[in-house]
Design a protein around this ligand. Structure first.
Ligand SMILES: Nc1ncnc2c1ncn2[C@@H]1O[C@H](COP(=O)(O)OP(=O)(O)OP(=O)(O)O)[C@@H](O)[C@H]1O
Ligand SMILES: [Mg+2]
Length: 263
């Protein structure tokens, strides 16, 4: 089971668009996916036109069972939604001991998925620390512009600090250039800079495409809304590259216990 947090403390960089379409694309490729919304804006449920009943707040704060909060959306595609009550969660969690491990504890019971994908909020909140501690991998969407590059440096440093503080080993396995417009010089320069620096982690860019903006209005992923759009092509390329990495990701999981037994 791969646990992936889609995160960047900068707002409006394409986290939700990436998390929703990655989850939808993986489920269309026969992967069993659970998408968790960890942002009080509740954009996952809004984007997929889902009525929220029990949600991530009930699970983390009111001790609801994960099974009560998981909803099936489509074949192979489940979600745990969120809503605005989640804004209170950081303050309430901070009063608890071991607050950063709440999600990991609750999710121990959740099995049977190939992918768990978390849509994080634009912050470095306790909730996001929970998400990073629970996940093995972080995917970072970054707009190909000057400020995007600076935000990337910041979130990379924050992940190193969290690993160091909590003894975790969350790895950045994909940097995803978003909102890319190749006619724009700054976008081209920024993409080149990222390619030089992060070659092995960098995915193909997601181009600016108005269909990606429209799809949430109809409660659809880009693949259901317009499968021939540039947005669908770019996100399916990302999905395929994530699937292609599965062998490597699995060998990391297997290596852990094997090493422990050998020592
Ligand atoms: N490739 C793209 N082309 C055009 N519009 C896009 C693209 N990616 C995202 N958008 C639009 O940009 C806006 C911000 O995207 P999104 O909500 O995914 O960002 P976010 O990082 O989740 O934001 P927040 O930090 O507020 O959670 C949305 O209106 C979305 O539809
Ligand atoms: Mg979002």
């Amino acid at each position: 089971m791969r646990k992936i947090c889609v995160i960047n403390q900068k707002g409006g960089v394409g986290k939700t668009t990436t998390a929703v379409n990655l989850a939808a694309g993986l489920s269309r490729n026969d992967r069993r996916v659970l998408l968790i919304d960890m942002d009080a804006q509740g954009n996952v449920a809004v984007s997929l036109h889902h009525e929220v009943e029990k949600d991530i707040y009930d699970m983390l704060i009111d001790n609801a069972d994960p099974g009560e909060c998981i909803r099936n959306l489509a074949k192979n595609f489940d979600i745990i939604p969120s809503k605005e009550t989640l804004t209170k969660a950081d303050a309430l969690l901070s009063k608890k001991g071991n607050a950063q491990f709440t999600l990991s504890e609750k999710m121990k019971k959740v099995k049977g998925y190939d992918y768990i994908i978390i849509d994080a909020s634009p912050s470095l909140s306790i909730l996001n620390q929970n998400a990073l501690i629970y996940c093995d991998e972080a995917f970072i969407p970054v707009p190909t512009d000057y400020l995007g590059y600076h935000a990337l440096k910041k979130i990379m440093e924050a992940i190193v600090t969290i690993n160091h503080t909590f003894g975790t080993s969350t790895k950045i396995t994909k940097i995803i250039p978003t909102l890319h417009d190749k006619r724009n010089k700054i976008c081209r320069e920024s993409l080149d800079k990222m390619r030089n620096e992060f070659y092995d982690m960098l995915s193909e860019p997601i181009r600016v495409n108005s269909k990606l903006k429209e799809a949430p209005k109809y409660g659809k992923s880009i693949f259901s809304y317009d499968n021939s759009s540039r947005g669908a092509k770019d996100y399916m390329k990302l999905v395929k590259s994530v699937i292609n990495d599965e062998k490597g990701a699995r060998s990391v999981e297997i290596a852990g216990p094997a090493r422990a037994m050998a020592s």
